[in-house]
Design a protein around this ligand. Sequence first.
Ligand SMILES: [Zn+2]
Length: 237
Amino acid sequence: MARKFLLCFHDFSVWNYQKVTPILETLKDLAGAPFSILVIPDTETAPSDTVRNFRATLAQLKSEGFELALHGYKHKAEFSQGRSYVGLIAMNLTQGEAEFAGLSEFESSRLLHAGLDAWEKLFDKPEKPAAFIPPTWYSNKFLPTQVHAEKMLYEDRFALVTSRGKRYASPVASFAGIPDFMTKAAFKFGDIVLKIPVGLPRIALHPVDFPQHEVQIKNLIRTALGCGRRLTQYKDL
Ligand SMILES: [Zn+2]
């Protein structure tokens, strides 16, 4: 089996699509193929014409072959009720972005379905997303089962498990939300996991990486392709 890698652009939303879409197109040209975009589905408080354009942009990206995956609901926790102590710590570490962290079974399911409902409103003919990735990868013990029950692949920080239960060890190179002095080490880590011929490495990108880390990110994608890995998508796992 040919070695593969995933390129995943996180946090695409109604609030940033105008700025981010040209970056996606540039990266697609460099990578030679469309890749996975992790969409924050909530558009509740956005102006209606912005929502309309966001929906049109998603349809356009999909028609170009980009894969759209579900990335939480609001990517911002609404409240701390029913969250475990560990979940509260995760919320603190991520400035409240870890919306699924430590939730009870009921709250986790409620939020997952809020995300799926918001997702359906984004498309004329909605299809179930191939994958669900909890914001910041912080989770709770119920979420993987809940995601699989909805026939979606579940991703955490270290691995992917398809809806059919196939597990991939998947080291991730990610550059957002880490201190500047760690950035160099993160790129080195990415370089190594792409070159070592095992696993299914992921390059996880965020809007804040651009333009700050653009040059290094492009080099990392070139490295991945240069060492014989093929870009894949969640749906093909
Ligand atoms: Zn995110």
